[in-house]
Write a protein that binds this ligand. Sequence first.
Ligand code: GLU
Length: 278
Amino acid sequence: MITRFAPSPTGRLHLGHAYSAVLGRRHGERWLLRIEDLDPGRARPEFVGGIIEDLAWLGLEPDGEPLVQSRRTHLYAEALETLKKRGLVYPCFCTRADIAASLSAPHGDAGSAYPGTCRGRPDDPARRASTPHSWRLHSAKALDEVGGVPGWRELGGEAFEGSATMIGDAILARKDAPSSYHLSCVVDDWESGVTLVVRGADLRPSTPVQRLLQILLGAPEPVYLHHALVTHEDGRRLAKRDAAPTLAAMRAAGVDGPALAWELATGQLPTGYRLAGD
Ligand code: GLU
């Protein structure tokens, strides 16, 4: 199995990231690190060093050099071009707020809230040349082409069906960000040969649209492990406003990194935390 850990450098890693990284490491003969730094509003280069440092403290060393998405935008542009040629994407001139919501939040349904304002408009190259726009997946056409909403398989064999409400006209690129989360994730998992996608259950709604993109682009189908999220004892999600325990803070407090990694691998959480659903 080839697995990957794909954090966005938008802050320090916390216990939830550590759990995800440990699971990925445990299941991967090869375990890759990918820095998802394409969101210009949120990604900060100074957090990249922190990610590597925190993983090293846990005793987790990625196989090979970390892959940095902002250095690979030509690959996403190529994939987008393929979809453009096949008429599977269309330019969208809708407001920035609308677009930002879709790009910066891999969590939640993929663009299903988009009302389709720009879909089916005749192409207007002059407007495209002069006006910032994004590119959206023409989901109806795409689903037609692949013969319905694709499902996926979780590690262990359980099959999941995607539902049509999980697939909307997702944004695949915008002017200030050459690729959306979905497109870059699919291209990179493919290009890196990832066979098992390990990530939090909060990203499960992203899977149908990513499976759809895989089929459209001819990428192989990986297996998925959407793991339970780490929460506070009372069920609150780990978030900065809830004073999520950063790994840096735990290290400063004298916690033993490799011992913590071992506990997480065996499903034991430090006092005060638990896995959602436990
Ligand atoms: N960069 C995403 C995040 O930090 C993870 C993406 C993925 O694992 O597919 O939420």
